[in-house]
Design a protein around this ligand. Sequence first.
Ligand code: WQD
Length: 349
Amino acid sequence: MTFTILVTGGAGYVGSHTILELLNAGFDVICVDNFSNAHKDSANIPTAISRVEQLTKRKVTFYSVDLMDKGAVKGLFAKHKIDCVAHFAALKSVGESCRLPLKYYQNNIIGTTILLETMEEAGCYNFLYSSSATVYGETQYLPIDEKHPTGNCTNPYGKSKYFVEEILKDLCIADKKWKVISLRYFNPVGSHQSGQIGEDPNGIPNNLMPFIAQVAVGRHPSLKIFGSDYNTHDGTGVRDYIHVVDLAKGHLNALNKLEKVKETGFFVYNLGTGSGYSVLDMVKAFQEASGKTIRYELVARRPGDVASCYSDASLAERELGWKAQLGIKEMCEDTWRWQKNNPNGYSKL
Ligand code: WQD
């Protein structure tokens, strides 16, 4: 009997890449999304999902649902036998979260509690949570392992991810039927090698890689590098960039653990490569991958940024049998193929 996964936020960047891997692995997928950060086609289907269906030759059952609408969420569980939920739906802009904390706490936390409540009422206790290295806040040591303290976050987005992890831990203590895996992503970048799906941020990208890609394709004249006086090898910020396909495959390994392992409770894993690259390293690598010159200017640090952040991902290797396979070259080549093929992302404009 095929394992049916409900994927929330499946029209997004990481969600759509994960759905592609789930379909290829034989899972049945139900996708819900409220289109807060996803482009829809004329049939009110997310463009990313249509492309995933073309790439996999498999169908996705899609519903336009906002998790704040408990009636709609209950309807999903009434209509389908759902074995597990992979929860990607969240607002994720650090800067916006500082301007609109209530919107972030309501959407990211209350939306998740409504989902969990409905799962409990439906007797579904397998939960895969999209968390973030942001929960570690100011880094106290490097590389960061799962024992590193969490909660010292500098923005409401990171705090919302931290608060949900705490809710999940309490839930697993209160009811031993719950089996929860929280995956802490470092910096997701790249695109599926087909060039058909990729990162398509609304407006001006906050994150480094999509901004570099948009400079390369001519949508911005140059990149602003935030800070060149950090205590790093070249003064610019260092991060653990992980290819989104490696990240998606990490979810497969986690789902296999949820499906096959009887042990219940709360489990948490870093998904990173363990390597740190600076902003200037990424600019250089992208120029080599694209053959384009990425003009940049060195400007002041961005508030809230840390100098360096990279992972110790050995626990995921030991317990999930997962290790990132793709390097900075593939991250840049695959990003460029997506951006070159889709200069305006999923919108045809
Ligand atoms: C990376 C580096 C910047 C843009 C955040 C969230 C994290 C996750 C990923 C959601 C830093 C520098 C960036 C630019 C730059 N988000 N930079 N110019 O801040 O490490 O992580 O995004 O899941 O949770 O916290 O990623 O890509 O914004 O920045 O110089 O135009 O690039 O200073 O050193 P970050 P980022």
